[in-house]
Every structure is written in C-alpha cells, then in structure tokens.
Design a protein around this ligand. Structure first.
Ligand SMILES: [Zn+2]
Ligand SMILES: [Zn+2]
Length: 191
C-alpha cells in the first residue's frame, strides 16, 4: 500500500512533505532491528552546490537500515530521480533518469581497521546517524555526467561548430570520411 503511494508521488513531482534529512535514530534501530528509509532531496538542496549535478526533480531515496548483531549498521537504498545534462557531442540539454542502488556499511568507531576500507564510522554513543553526506557522496560518484541527446547524435562540426543534427555545413563531406579524422588527429598531435 505504502509502496504504491510512494511511486505515484514520484510521478506527480513529490508534493508530500518528505524530510530532506536522512537521519537514523540508532537507539531505536538497535531495538527494532530494521527501519524503513523514505526521503526526498529537492533539486535546490545545498548538498548539490559546487557540483556539476543539476536535478530536474527531487531525488527520491527509499530503503532500509539494518542493525547487525556485530553492532554495525547496514543501509541499502535505491535512489531515483531525473538529472539535466549537456549532450557530450552537441551540447544540447538532455534529461536522463537517475537509477542507483547504494549499500553503505557503518562500523563502530575504533573497530574495523584496514580490512574494512569500504566502511564508514558510526557516531560515538547512540545518537543519530546522519546519512545525508554519505548518500551525497554516492550520488556524485555514480552520476558522472555522461549522456547523449540521442544515440546517433551527429554532434558539432569540429571545424565550423554548426550543430550537425540541425544543418549541414560546407566542411561536412570531408568530415564524414573517418580517414580524415585519423589524419587530422595525427596533425593535431604534431602541433
Ligand atoms: Zn547531441
Ligand atoms: Zn563545418
């Protein structure tokens, strides 16, 4: 029931007041074993300042935090949203879906060591575990800007700069022969 409501809300632009912060109360997690995570990070969240990431919709995060018997906390979450990019060939704006699964392991401070390089540290005591920074890092690593407006985008003419999806330029007959590309690359290397 909750599942389907959640999906509908994503499509409608997430108007429900979901929290931006992803906070896990550790004492409660230890008591209950698992806790559900539901959150949305708005496109204008300060988290994205200083990054290349431009989201066209809130980033929806849903998943589970699990208390392991070892005192470690395992978080699995899926991240869904839409991101605005520039086509890497013609520089037109494109929108791509964001679909990432993340797994985060948090270990108590003073434990772990070298064999758990992937793990992050839990805060001291039984306060709150703030997931915002970890999720932000995962998103930034996963979403390296890389997109095409369409699979066969013709890009910009490397000579005159016209958008070859929209018009043909005088230099195009020469550009289409891949042997010229190889030759030009050689010449450019020499310059
Ligand atoms: Zn393009
Ligand atoms: Zn041209």
């Amino acid at each position: 029931m909750w599942e389907s409501t959640f999906r509908v809300d994503i499509r409608q632009g997430f108007r429900l007041p979901f929290p931006t912060m992803l906070t896990i109360p550790l004492a409660r997690l230890e008591r209950e074993g698992t806790l559900e995570l539901q959150a949305a990070i708005p496109p204008d969240d300060p988290s994205w300042e200083g990054t290349e990431l431009r989201f066209s919709a809130p980033l929806a995060i849903s998943g589970k935090a699990q208390w392991l018997t070892s005192g470690e906390v395992l978080v699995r979450a899926s991240i869904r949203g839409r991101m605005g990019l520039e086509c890497r060939r013609c520089l037109d704006p494109v929108e791509v879906p964001v679909e990432e699964e993340v797994t985060l392991l948090f270990v108590p401070p003073g434990e772990g060591g070298e064999e758990e390089e992937e793990a992050r540290l839990l805060p001291q005591g039984t306060g709150d575990l703030e997931l915002g920074a970890a999720i932000r890092e995962e998103v930034i690593l996963a979403l390296w800007p890389f997109a095409l407006c369409k699979p066969d985008c013709r890009g910009l003419c490397p000579r005159c700069g016209v958008n070859l999806n929209e018009e043909t330029c005088q230099c195009s007959s020469e550009e289409l022969d891949p042997r010229w590309d190889a030759l030009r690359a050689l010449n450019e290397e020499r310059d």
